[in-house]
Design a protein around this ligand. Structure first.
Ligand code: DP6
Length: 362
């Protein structure tokens, strides 16, 4: 499908408005998206586990307004007005208006809450933008007059819109393994939206755990958007983008065979490469903290001593995601609880696991 297939052409201009709620999860990338082109097109394909517990619930109230000159919206987080979120939503609306042309016809109240604390250092853009995109798709469903309106189209367009809010958000609509970005071995993969990973996945990867250690809850010094842009003219960009394609290819047989050792190798290498790209950007920057490294070293030692399949990955921040299979969960959780919690800010961590995507709330 191309961009033009997502343009809503004919819609009911007399619709007065309604209220819609969606809850949408966060996701954790195994092969990382880092670097993008115009219009939120990724420089390389990525794949992620959809999460379950870390999610955003958004209620969108839309009411028909008199003039349709400007976008009109208010945003609330946990009931509190958040004008500092407005520029991001304004940019989102500008990018998606051509696809959802009813945006200027309504006043929108965006009421949102996260299951994780806003100041946890966990990015809320993936869950937040995907929840909002889904609410807007519910509006579209109510105003559309004709056209193909299957569930498949609904979710594809939701992912397409979410991408225009925040790239990784397009991987939060469905679950449990989502690919975003064109890859030669993944049929129907696209730079425009996320698709479900289409091949066999071994039992070892079912119900995979992700315990998120909150090392630093502060605001990041460098935003993802700035970091992505530093991949233009990056001396290692070409190699990095090629490596992401190769790593995704390797994961296909790893998922099929249930090869946890090779999985760990790719996932940890992806995390360190992501941070390697940051450290070799110009200007260069470091988002890891001393405790991020303490945790990584402890994980490596524990893995060597026990042969258990624990590994880490990182987002664009200092927090550590610890990934492990269901069948080893008890021992690994004990290790986390006894030995790693000391490295978390105020001892805070979040127990999550693989999930199956967003849900409409009636
Ligand atoms: C390191 O999706 O937050 O988490 O498209 O600019 O909003 P924008 O960036 P964003 O970048 C996420 C980067 C990452 C890797 C990943 O999730 O694939």
């Amino acid at each position: 499908m191309a961009e033009k297939d997502f343009i809503l052409k004919n819609y009911n201009k007399n619709f007065v408005g309604d209220k819609y709620s969606w809850s949408s999860p966060s996701n954790i990338a195994l092969v990382k998206y880092w670097g993008k082109k115009e219009q939120q097109i990724p420089a390389n394909p990525s794949i992620s586990f959809t999460l379950d517990a870390c999610k955003t619930t958004t209620t969108l109230t839309c009411s028909k307004k008199e003039n349709n000159t400007d976008f009109s919206f208010e945003i609330f987080l946990d009931g509190e007005k958040k004008d500092d979120f407005k520029p991001k939503i304004q940019t989102f609306f500008e990018r998606i208006e051509v696809y959802v042309p009813f945006l200027r016809d309504y006043h929108f109240i965006i009421d949102t809450k996260n299951t994780f604390p806003h100041s946890s250092g966990i990015a809320s853009s993936a869950s937040g933008m995907s929840a909002l995109a889904l609410c807007l798709m519910s509006v579209e469903e109510d105003v559309i007059l004709d056209g193909d309106y299957s569930d498949e189209y609904f979710y594809k367009k939701a992912s397409f819109l979410a991408r225009l809010g925040s790239g990784s958000a397009c991987r939060s609509i469905e679950g449990d393994l989502i690919v975003w970005g064109k890859h030669k071995e993944i049929p129907n993969s696209s730079d425009l939206f996320g698709v479900k990973y289409p091949f066999e996945v071994h039992e070892n990867f079912k119900n995979y755990h992700d315990t998120i250690l909150l090392v630093d809850k502060g605001e990041k010094q460098v935003s993802s958007t700035v970091g992505h842009n530093l991949m233009h003219d990056h001396p290692y960009a070409k190699q990095r983008f090629a490596q992401a394609h190769e790593n995704l290819s390797k994961l296909v047989s790893i998922f099929k065979e249930g090869n946890l050792k090779s999985f760990i190798e790719i996932v940890e290498s992806e995390a360190l490469t992501l941070h390697g790209m940051m450290m070799t950007s110009m200007p260069y920057f470091i988002l890891m903290k001393p405790n991020t490294l303490e945790i990584i070293n402890k994980i490596w030692r524990f893995r060597q001593d026990t042969d258990l399949h624990i590994c880490f990955t990182l987002d664009a921040g200092a927090n550590v995601h610890i990934l492990y299979p269901e069948k080893e969960a008890k021992e690994i959780y004990e290790f986390i609880n006894n030995e790693l919690v000391v490295y978390c800010q105020n001892g805070h961590y979040i127990c999550d696991r693989i999930g199956f995507g967003a849900k409409k709330i009636s």
